[in-house]
Design a protein around this ligand. Structure first.
Ligand code: ZN
Ligand code: ZN
Length: 365
């Protein structure tokens, strides 16, 4: 079918909404009519060229929700008309990692970005191969994806709100609940109060971590952080965040989270840890970035450095659980959305993101 989608033709080129072709779902695949799609920093990296491992031309968007519109042969977990949140991490359900409850590490994920697990794409731009950002390529009218990427949810959950669960809420809240398993009363510091960081903060509030220290260089982001549960804020442009965290916690933070793609923040989050503390890396720096730290600083204080992919999600269980938390008033998602755009305004949405104007922007189709 023909549809409209937000495309990056070349790294660094402006985002343009184009007419593209979408293939019908093959066996084990579904087509979803997208209702809303979040504006995510990882798409910005792909568009501005800092992620050279992402192929072009590509349809952007890794966060969305919609309604199943067609199903391929053999699909059993969803049917036409079901409301779904899109997952950017396909899971086969059968491999070692799926079997032990770590589907974000599925061995049958796509071998590289931009393609589906079978190595092909369902998108064409004037007959040429067009890639899927984050598998789901959600800045489009429709998306054809593996069944495992369409997670059914309750029909009374508003789909515009549900869209954010598909990346930023899952990644941020999941890093606290699933990856770090922060206990009540533990201290934590969050570097970066953007779309992901704000969700790390509300994950901390959910488990009663205290204090919850937000670190950013933009004062208005620190205001959002307070509203989502930060007990303290540190303006890293005005003072050394490591010193500030030591002062507030007295021994360093039990957990630090890096929700920004910045190697300096990683080093600071490591240095701000208490003995025995855990530093969780969520944000992604440019493709070839490296970080160094002294080996002794790890061994002597039994510190832990841990990556978190997609908040260590078990998508089929966690998405509905986050929906329940939202409907019970325990998770705030509407407060995260500070601007709405149409699909045609996708370019402007990413300009606003790059300028630091968005908590979360939402493209409403
Ligand atoms: Zn994302
Ligand atoms: Zn698997």
């Amino acid at each position: 079918m023909k549809m409209r989608a937000a495309v990056v033709r070349e790294r660094g080129a402006p985002i343009q909404v184009e007419d593209v072709e979408l293939e019908d779902p093959r066996e084990g695949e579904v087509r979803v009519k997208i209702v809303a799609s979040g504006v995510c920093h990882s798409c910005l990296h792909a568009a501005d060229g800092s992620w050279t491992h992402v192929p072009v031309p590509i349809v952007l968007g890794d966060e969305g929700a919609g309604i199943v519109d067609a199903v391929g042969r053999g699909v059993r977990s969803v049917r036409e008309g079901d409301h779904v949140i899109l997952s950017w991490s396909p899971a086969c359900g059968l491999c070692h990692y799926c079997a032990i409850g770590r589907p974000v590490l599925c061995e049958r994920r796509a071998p590289r970005p931009g393609i589906l697990p079978d190595g092909t794409t369902r998108l064409r731009l004037r007959g040429e191969t067009l890639y899927h950002f984050g598998t789901v390529a959600s800045h489009a009218e429709y998306s054809t994806i593996p069944e495992s990427c369409a997670i059914p949810i309750r029909r009374d959950m508003p789909l515009e709100t549900a869209a954010l669960i598909g990346c930023s809420v899952m990644t941020g809240v999941g890093s606290v609940l699933n990856t770090a398993q922060v206990p009540a009363g533990a201290s934590m510091a969050v570097f970066g109060a953007g779309g992901i960081g704000l969700n790390v903060i509300q994950g901390g509030a959910l488990v009663a971590a205290t204090p919850i220290i937000a670190v950013d260089v933009l004062p208005h982001k620190l205001d959002y952080a307070k509203r989502l549960g930060a007990s303290h804020t540190v303006d890293a442009a005005a003072r050394d965040p490591v010193e500030a965290i030591q002062e507030i916690t007295r021994r360093g933070a039990d957990f630090t989270f890096v929700a920004v793609g910045n190697t300096k923040a990683i080093t600071q989050a490591w240095d701000a840890l208490a003995p025995g503390g855990t530093c969780v890396l969520i944000g992604l720096p440019e493709t070839s970035a490296t970080v160094t730290f002294t080996a002794l600083s790890l061994q002597a204080n039994e510190k832990v450095l841990r990556g978190s992919r997609y908040g260590s999600a078990r998508m089929r269980d966690d998405f509905p659980r986050l929906v329940e938390l939202y409907l019970a008033g325990k998770l705030r998602i509407d407060e995260l959305i500070n601007r709405r755009f149409s699909l045609d305004e996708t370019g402007a949405a990413y300009q606003a993101l790059a300028a630091g104007e968005l908590a979360r922007g939402l493209i409403v189709h």
